[in-house]
Design a protein. Structure first.
Lengths: 445, 445
């Protein structure tokens, strides 16, 4: 797919204006909406808007729904009221839930105004939940029957058009509470008069609306079923989450984790307007600057030493950088463990013992190597000893912080994937500089 | 799920030895294999092996199949030949494909020896493909009918037990070549005598065995179907990839990307043996050390300057660190774009222009801020000018490298997620130090 997409981008950029209309129509007709969305995201802003104006109106909604937040906004912002109204016409609740993230409030109201009553009701139900709760993302295309239904009722239902990703029929009691799930395969294979409850699954996961959306999506992926039901806190069936939606939520989560490492989010637009992009990144640079100045301030404490032994200034980055790398290895492992629920108070001590041992071993190894190189380079065994000790201290401290920092951040409900590495490198920088320059002051001055 | 898992870990660690047997059996009986696998991964090695010995033999295979590589190996290595034979008994080809990554060759042969001929044939077919090709991961639980079959044949097939994630029947010609797909829903709703080909899907994606496994998995996730067929280069049907397998492959890919940032891979065991873990991380520390020494060497060129103006030594980390952060923002965006096929020669120039503009804007902003702070701190406007210019140069250079480094690595078939940030920070460190100390030498000495 990636190769094909690259080809399409090339094709679109190289096309003359007259042919473009034709090319875009053909792409939209033969590709999945997800591919067209990725393609549009890959176009510089002006080309993107131009291309968007040539996408047939009927295809626009599906493409917008799968697009990342920021590029989607770039398109929605440039659509006329008339175009938006066409988009809203006959829109399902779950589509508006998705789009409402990128629409101003008054446009959402406009969309609600033309929406049919049932869908508006669904929309308001979904909005009861936060966007990190699974209740927000349910779909309402369900196969539902009352608990006293029989196989023949099931077959009648199945003969109407089946929604995507359906492998069970949900049985619901009179109060609308979810009760059982019956596999379609079993309905097809059973005699007409059998009650469906006799065929229902013994073990079947039911999701609750306020569950974390990623955890719940992973449950769907692991269930082996194409979709799981979602209920509210009274047990009333709200809708379902299918493997398609679950996959999107999990992929978005992972993209978010990857982008968070650089202080960005998963909605970042490849071709965001320059000023907008500069502004959103400036904050992260500013936070980093504060921590860098902090490290500098600690170095400043040792100005006199640095003046006398300039070799220390030359070697400083080695100490800081080895600590940063060792710490980030532990950090990465712990962040993954925390996200999966694998790191908890019960195994934290054992984990710390293991990581400190690993740190100790690598600390000794690299202390020796770096100590030898430094003493040869500067012709001074004492410099070798100073840097060797500093490296050992910093790598062990890095292992400790690699566990402590994410665990504490997580306890304070801060995302370790976002702020973990900034805090960690601040610690390893400061510990490294102070250990190195402090030992240097003691042994060399 | 994450909370529940944490509770289970606590439960298992706090249990006395006599109760453990009972607790484990109960967990295995009521949880998905994926959850049990995550739980076992979260236990220190000795506890893990102890718990594993109490897992009923019949449940072991499913748990092993969903476990990450390294922890799985820790369990397999400690199983007796007898236990392994029980595991191999009646094993499906796709299970052995998965396990064979963690088994020594002679154990794979042993498993093949007891495998039935059809499954052995499938296994050898899968092994024709590399593990980054989708052909390696196909399953063989298919609903297949000849191209001349009718609805009544379809219904007969559906009345047997349906495999998980099946929403279409595949039609195959006499040579075994895939021809069409028919939705189950349409078969159920149509009269008995109708030829199935009349009901087949107009647009249906067929995967080829040698396609990239992640790209192909994304296609499955985007298709809206529960599974897509995979064919070899002659068009012969090899099997299918369902949304379950696709989700696992995509999640593993993302985990790999996240771990690669710290020079590790997705198989890393939370409780790997200390020596093994230290060894695997030492390589990454060694590579980093080389780059750190390189940066030091450049600093060393300016020893005389540093001796005269020690403020430069104090401020060095600020210049390097701002460049590193700005560069990693661009790098992260480009790595994601490359992975999705969104960055290509056709839009590279526009992308570079945008990133350089963003870099220029943030460069000017932070140059002014840092220049002012430094000139006040050290009471020297010239130091302010020196660091301001160095920051501007380094942030712009970082934006440029943030694009050039991953694009070049990708061109040479190296994974930018693994080596991108090491190469990038080497560039930003060196550019930063040379610009800063070079300007310092010119203007301050």
């Amino acid at each position: 797919m990636t190769d094909e997409l690259s080809d399409l981008i090339g094709e679109l950029v190289d096309t003359t204006a007259d042919e473009q209309d034709q090319v875009i129509r053909q792409i939209v007709a033969t590709r999945e909406p997800e591919e067209v969305a990725l393609l549009l995201e890959s176009l510089p802003l002006a080309v993107r808007l131009d291309a968007w104006s040539k996408v047939p109106a009927d295809d626009k909604l599906d493409i917008l729904l799968t697009m990342r937040g920021d590029p989607r906004e770039s398109l929605l912002d440039n659509m006329t009221l008339q175009e938006l109204d066409a988009l809203f016409d006959g829109m399902a609740a779950e589509d508006l839930v998705e789009l409402s993230e990128s629409l101003p409030r008054r446009m959402v109201d406009r969309a609600l105004w033309v929406m049919d009553e049932q869908q508006r009701h669904y929309f308001e139900g979904a909005k009861q939940y936060r966007d990190d709760q699974i209740g927000r993302w349910v779909s309402h295309e369900l196969l539902v029957l009352p608990t006293n239904a029989r196989v023949r009722d099931g077959m009648r239902l199945l003969r109407r058009e089946l929604p995507d990703y359906v492998d069970t029929v949900f049985l619901v009691n009179r109060a609308g509470h979810f009760s059982e799930a019956v596999r379609i395969g079993k309905i097809i294979a059973s005699p007409d008069h059998l009650p469906l409850v006799d065929l229902s699954e013994d073990v079947f996961t039911v999701l609750e609306g306020q569950e974390d959306s990623v955890d719940a999506s992973v449950k769907v992926q692991q269930s082996g079923f194409s979709a799981l039901p979602v209920v509210d806190d009274t047990g009333k069936l709200l809708g379902r989450i299918d493997v398609g939606t679950a996959g999107e939520l999990v992929n978005t989560y992972y993209e978010g984790q990857l982008m968070a490492g650089a202080g960005m989010d998963e909605n970042e637009d490849l071709f965001a307007p320059v000023v907008k992009s500069a502004r959103s990144r400036a904050l992260w640079l500013g936070i980093n600057l504060l921590t860098a100045f902090m490290a500098s301030w600690f170095i400043g404490l040792f100005e006199a030493t640095l003046q006398q032994v300039v070799a220390l200034a030359v070697l400083m980055p080695v100490v800081a950088s080895m600590g940063g790398i060792a710490g980030s290895q532990t950090l990465t492992l712990i962040i993954r463990g925390l996200a999966m629920g694998q790191v908890t108070s019960a195994n934290l001590k054992a984990l710390a013992k293991k990581e400190l041992s690993v740190g100790g071993l690598n600390g000794v190894l690299w202390a020796i190597v770096i100590g030898l190189v430094a003493s040869v380079w500067f012709g001074s065994p004492v410099i070798g000893v100073v840097i060797a000790l500093a490296i050992l201290v910093n790598i062990v401290a890095a292992a400790f912080s690699g566990i402590a920092v994410p665990v504490l951040l997580d306890k304070f409900k801060l995302d370790p994937a976002l702020s973990g590495s900034v805090v960690l490198t601040t610690v390893t920088d400061i510990v490294g500089f102070v250990a190195f320059l402090g030992l240097g002051t003691l042994l060399l001055v």
